[in-house]
Design a protein around this ligand. Structure first.
Ligand SMILES: C[S@@+](CC[C@H](N)C(=O)[O-])C[C@H]1O[C@@H](n2cnc3c(N)ncnc32)[C@H](O)[C@@H]1O
Length: 402
């Protein structure tokens, strides 16, 4: 998309084409037919742009409740924060009483619109890409909000005055590929050293290496790991007035509810051989390393299988949003033939394989087990118990799926 195609998409002819496409089946099989119809009235590049945006709006419905009226490019949509997680972060700015906030690297406005939705908060969106700023303005308007917009390079002195708090979302992709080190972010994470906000939040990739954050965490910043519906989505560095000691874990549930586990310096649970149940903590808890805090939250005896493995075990059928639970039927040191015999003996004909800390690929084990498919299902968990490679034979997971 360029400025001209965006002007077309925003105008009456573009709106009309997009409204018609919204009612169509946009799957690849229909591309030619759809383009043929559109090209009767529109030049080819405008027809193509309308179809691309209509498809992006469909994809964007997973992130935005008003996706059907918003504007995206493929890469900018990929990078955009979804509504649920952006609202969760934005809420901290209002709670801290900031009335003026900057959204640095605002892209197509996923975070700007969450900040602009806060009562009494005014937001300035900054990005170096003028087209993204225009898309962001249209997207914020799609929600009935307004914001200020500035084209600026964040590595230059910021053209901001009297704004005490900021949210910074550096790009974590280069030519479509994810980058993992904060030294490869665009702009570099180090850009924040030049800024003097009273409070700053920075979105990071969930796999961020904690030692790369040491200069900031050592100076009072806290790290929050966030999962949505059981999937680890991001890490946030909370600095200045937002800072806290250590790492916390937040889970945002599909129903919009949320819970946070705060660091309390509790020791990790003791070690044990597998007991009646296997637990897998929410990935945000695992990344935050809050196993002791999780045990305290749950209030039941839980144990670790191994110093280095995130599976827990215990005697209680736990039903908590913080973990998933499987009943353990048997366990044994890993040995292919013995595992196969144990499964056959139990009438198991097909397995789902999970693993942590095992070099064996689940598909490889499934093929090697040569089960006949006719017996009952089971879950085989490959992991380490006190340093030894083991297999646990488990039943189906208990309780709700998140
Ligand atoms: C991850 S995206 C932001 C996504 C945004 N939070 C959203 O929800 O739509 C990062 C943005 O940073 C911008 N950016 C990268 N380097 C920049 C720089 N040096 N100065 C200003 N903006 C920059 C990119 O244009 C991109 O829009």
């Amino acid at each position: 998309m360029n400025e001209d195609t965006f002007a077309f998409l925003l105008g009456p002819a573009g709106s009309d084409a997009l409204a018609r496409l919204a009612a169509e089946d946009l799957s690849n099989a229909h591309t030619l037919a759809l383009l043929n119809v559109l090209r009767r009235e529109l030049p080819p590049e405008q027809a193509g742009a309308a179809l691309t945006l209509a498809r992006l709006r469909e994809h964007a419905a997973a992130k935005f409740s008003r996706a059907g009226t918003m504007f995206f490019t493929p890469e900018a949509l990929e990078q955009a924060s979804g509504e649920v997680i952006a609202a969760w972060r934005a809420r901290r700015f209002a709670e801290a009483g900031f009335a003026r906030v900057a959204d640095l690297g605002c892209g197509i406005g996923g975070d700007t619109l969450a900040l602009a939705a806060l009562p009494g908060v005014w937001v300035a969106g900054l990005d170096r890409d003028p087209l993204r700023l225009r898309l962001a303005r249209a997207n914020v308007r799609a929600y009935g909000y307004d914001a200020g917009w500035l084209a600026a390079n964040l590595t230059d002195p910021l053209p901001l005055h009297g704004i005490p708090a900021a949210f910074f979302d550096p790009a974590r992709r280069d030519k479509g590929r994810r980058v993992f080190s904060v030294r490869d972010y665009q702009p570099l994470l180090d850009a924040i050293r030049a800024w003097t906000f009273d409070a700053l939040a920075v979105k990071l990739s969930p796999g961020v290496a904690l030692d790369e954050l040491a200069p900031y965490t050592g100076a009072g910043a806290g790290v929050e790991f966030i999962s949505v519906a059981g999937e680890l989505k991001e890490a946030v560095l909370w600095m200045g007035a937002f800072g806290f000691a250590g790492r916390c874990a937040t889970r945002l549930n599909a129903d919009g509810s949320a819970a946070t586990l705060a660091p309390a310096g509790l020791p990790a649970p003791p070690l044990s051989e597998p007991r009646a149940y296997l637990y897998e903590p929410d990935p945000a808890v695992i990344r935050a390393g809050l196993f002791g805090e999780l045990a305290a939250e749950i209030g039941a005896g839980v144990y670790r299988l191994d110093e280095t493995i995130a599976y827990l075990t215990g005697d209680t059928a736990l039903d908590s949003g913080w973990l998933r639970t499987w009943p353990v039927e048997a366990w044994l040191p890993f040995h292919l033939k013995r595992l196969r015999a144990a499964l056959v003996e139990r009438g198991v004909g097909r397995v789902t394989v999970k693993k942590r800390g095992s070099p064996i690929a689940p598909e490889t084990l499934q093929a090697q087990l040569r089960l006949d498919g006719a017996g009952r299902p089971a879950v085989v968990v490959l992991t380490r118990v006190a340093g030894q490679h083991c297999a646990l034979i488990c039943g189906e997971p208990l309780g709700r799926e998140r």
